[in-house]
Design a protein around this ligand. Structure first.
Ligand code: NDP
Length: 283
């Protein structure tokens, strides 16, 4: 599709952006769906974020994704932030509604759609162990707690960070039983043994490292395992749990699903689950 004076412009604000797969996902989808729009990466350094957000209004950019390091920093520059994104404290999608910039978090909704679609996870009253306590973990907590899981165990290298998350989320989700451990706590092993879903939300594995803090011998055979990290050839962690027989998936599906949710917010077109993952797998 060629760009005309009527084409709508979408994009990505981040630093760096050169590696991003989002332009591919969105441009292929715009093309396949005959939507007159284009998606471009904008390299924005932290000191330029405020000017870049003003630029979105000035240039009538219809919407953007937001990635590292701006997901939290962008909140004060927006006109409105949806309630889930505010709870998570991070925005990864912005819709420009006639100059009013509204922030959403589709990492959270995309994570939930990915585990339900790829692992057939059914949240009701389930016990979930989340490894890590950063921004990705917060997005997972809000998705899982909102979907009705019974227990969320947050396990982190720095216990204090996990405890802080539990303190902030417990009052918001009174029906969920929250626990916080570090990896040396023996109660962590007991939580692992009855977990229905275990999620790596840490950054470990991003550069091909093994996950040393998840003893597989404690995990029940029926547990589902998800790694938010993704790579072109599956992460070492996913390879090892798959070989050992657990049902598992890596974070490529989450990347794709957050893109599908952003696409819906921007265009009103609901792509079927797995649509953008197919684009990524075929790249
Ligand atoms: P943060 O920097 O906010 O948090 C990183 C987490 O990893 C912390 O809990 C940190 O523990 C833990 N960690 C880092 N190094 C180690 C280590 N050596 N041993 C144990 N724990 C460690 O990052 P985010 O939460 O924003 O992102 C985490 C990962 O999630 C990213 O690598 C990103 O690629 C992935 N992600 C994937 C998405 C997708 O679409 N698939 C979307 C969003 C994120 P501590 O607190 O102790 O430092």
């Amino acid at each position: 599709m060629s760009i005309s004076g009527k084409s709508r412009i979408y994009g990505l604000l981040g630093d760096p952006v050169a590696h991003s797969l989002s332009p591919l996902m969105h441009n292929v989808a715009f093309n396949q769906r005959n939507i007159d729009a284009v998606y471009v990466p904008f390299h924005v350094s932290p000191g330029e974020l405020s000017a870049a957000v003003d630029g979105l209004r000035a240039l009538n950019v219809a919407g953007v994704n937001v990635t590292i390091p701006h997901k939290e920093a962008i909140l004060p520059f927006l006109n409105e932030v949806d309630s889930a994104a505010r709870l998570i404290g991070a925005v990864n999608t912005v819709v420009n509604d006639d100059g009013r910039l509204v922030g959403y978090n589709t990492d959270s909704s995309g994570f939930l759609r990915s585990i339900c679609h790829e692992l057939n996870f059914q949240p009701d009253d389930k016990c979930v162990v989340l490894l890590g306590a950063g921004g990705a973990c917060r997005a997972a907590v809000v998705a899982l707690a909102g979907a009705g899981v019974g227990q969320i165990v947050i396990v982190n290298r720095s216990l204090e960070r996990a405890e802080k998350l539990v303190q902030s989320f417990s009052p918001r989700f009174p029906n969920v039983d929250f626990l916080a451990y570090d990896y040396s706590d023996k109660d962590y092993l007991s939580a692992l043994s009855h977990a229905d879903l275990i999620v790596n939300t840490t950054s470990v594995g991003l550069h091909g490292e093994e996950i040393s803090f998840l003893p597989l011998e404690h995990i029940k055979g029926s547990a589902l395992i998800y790694d938010m990290i993704y790579s072109a050839t599956e992460t070492p962690f996913i390879k090892s749990v798959q070989t050992a027989g657990w049902l598992c998936a890596d974070g490529l599906g989450m990347l794709a699903a957050q893109g599908e949710d952003a696409f819906f917010l921007w265009t009103g077109v609901r792509l079927p689950a797995g649509y953008m993952k197919k684009i990524l797998v075929q790249r």
